[in-house]
Ligand binder design. Structure first.
Ligand code: URP
Ligand code: ZN
Ligand code: ZN
Length: 461
């Protein structure tokens, strides 16, 4: 395959070059006009288009048991939707339920995903039950290609771990080089605020935001950073939403600590006002941490520019409004937590380029190259270079579209970005040399996606 006439965009810069793909790999980049290539190659015209490495969404939840129900995208529907939006790799979270083992959870997630994904996939492991057995199993997980472990300072009684448990897991991670990913919100204090709100009869969706103030994200983030410093382990703060948390991350990074963070499009584009929408519509926007006031979004864009926020992931966790979100009518804490978004991350961040918030290179870096390096997939993924997997997106920077439930491919009955106009659109998605989306059609197949055994973090200071 010869991808001809496009502008190759990488984290380092742009290049007027043609890309040669042989089988599943990128074979060469040829400077425009430098050589002719045999007619045996299928030619794809990328004139006036960007040619970028396929997106890597390092935070998704397909078929996740949560809040008494399951997130509604299967690995098949969710990875197809991802491909439509220019994402060619997801890293999903296998979930250790309390009282079960990590390896049993891993087996279960392989059963759900293997043979069903349209694009490549890996797993992180959610550790919710820290004990001697679990700690040993963390090493076995690394051998099985799972090099990052998510823990929770939120959700007491569900996924929550105490500081002591977190410290033990971090010490284990320090011995092997694994990365601890942290959901950093002070769940104990939040539960108290929720109980007070419910007792006072304040149960509408906006209470979700008001009972989870940004200070409690900042506090938990600082505590996680301190624990990671004591244990000497790499720490990655997931779905960072509050400027208070960003300040703590920036200070740790300035001090040379291996602390990293991601944010998500919902924290850049949506706000507490969406949670306050009338007629229970706010439930569509219930996720944790909650949507914040716009001043936080401004700080997050700044963090993306300074690399204190290194990655943009979606935290895609779709629950239908009907019957799932509606379980929480009259009881805010029963609204399943999660927002759909796996299909729109590349487009939404491209809006940041259009608006001058980030550069073109930074778009590629935060959405593809850095996630590859952070989670041990580089240089197989995240780059357009000889030897890399041919995961390539041809992106039309001037096409326009409007995000809507009527046109999206996620298996969920609403869009959090309904009606939002977008400049830019995926023209073609290629996964390991196979065209999976082109000309407004899905041409891939469930089962094409392969499991990615990941290395350790390649982004450490
Ligand atoms: O509300 C959210 N974020 N749901 C998904 C689970 C998590 O904490 O990432
Ligand atoms: Zn979380
Ligand atoms: Zn999540």
């Amino acid at each position: 395959m010869l991808i001809k006439g496009g502008t190759v965009v990488t984290a380092e810069g742009t290049l007027e070059a043609d890309v040669v793909v042989e089988g599943e790999k990128i074979a060469a980049l040829i400077a425009r006009g430098a050589a002719t290539i045999g007619s045996a190659y299928e030619t794809i015209d990328a004139t006036d288009m960007y040619v970028i490495p396929g997106g890597i969404d390092a935070h998704t939840h397909m078929e996740m048991p949560f809040g008494g129900t399951f997130s509604v995208d299967t690995f098949e529907t969710g990875t197809k939707a991802a491909a439509w939006g220019g994402t060619t790799t997801i890293i999903d979270f296998a979930v250790q339920a309390k009282g079960t083992s990590l390896l049993a959870a891993l087996d279960k997630w392989h059963e759900k995903a293997d043979g069903n994904c349209a694009i490549d996939y890996g797993f992180h492991m959610i550790v919710s039950d820290v004990n001697d057995g679990t700690l040993k199993e963390m090493d076995a997980c690394i051998a099985a290609g799972i090099s990052s472990f998510k823990m929770f300072m939120a959700y007491p009684g569900v996924f929550y771990s105490t500081d002591g448990e977190i410290l033990r897991a971090m010490q284990q991670a320090s011995r092997t080089g694994a990365t601890i990913m942290m959901h950093a919100e002070n769940g104990i204090a939040i539960d108290e605020l929720v109980a007070q709100a419910v007792a006072a009869g304040r149960t509408d969706p906006v209470q979700h935001g008001l009972t989870r103030p940004p200070e409690l994200e900042g506090e938990a983030t600082s505590r996680a950073i301190t624990l990671a410093k004591v244990a000497d382990c790499p720490l990655y703060i997931v779905h960072l939403s509050a400027s208070h948390a960003l300040t703590a991350v920036a200070a740790a990074r300035d001090a040379g600590q291996n602390v990293f963070a991601e944010t998500c499009p919902q924290y850049l584009y949506l706000s507490l006002d969406d949670l306050a929408r009338p007629d229970f519509e706010g439930a569509k926007f219930v996720a944790s941490p909650p949507l914040r006031t716009p001043d936080h979004a401004a700080a997050l864009w700044r963090g993306l520019r300074t690399n204190d926020l290194a990655v943009v992931s979606t935290d895609h966790c779709p629950f239908c409004f009907k019957e799932q979100k509606e379980r929480g009518r009259g009881h805010v804490s029963k609204i399943p937590n999660g927002i759909p978004g796996v299909e729109h991350r590349m487009d939404l961040l491209h809006q940041g380029v259009v608006a001058g918030e980030i550069t073109l290179e930074r778009w590629v870096e935060t959405c593809s190259t850095t996630p590859a390096r952070m989670f041990g997939l580089y240089p197989r993924k995240g780059v357009i270079a000889p030897g890399a997997d041919a995961d390539i997106v041809i992106y039309d920077p001037v096409a326009t579209q409007t995000i809507s439930v009527a046109t999206h491919h996620m298996n969920v009955d609403y869009s959090a970005y309904e009606g939002m106009p977008i400049t830019g659109k995926v023209a073609m998605t290629i996964s390991r040399g196979q065209v999976v989306v082109a000309d407004g059609e899905f041409t891939g197949s469930a089962g094409h996606g392969a499991f990615l055994a990941r290395d350790l973090n390649q982004y450490l200071v």
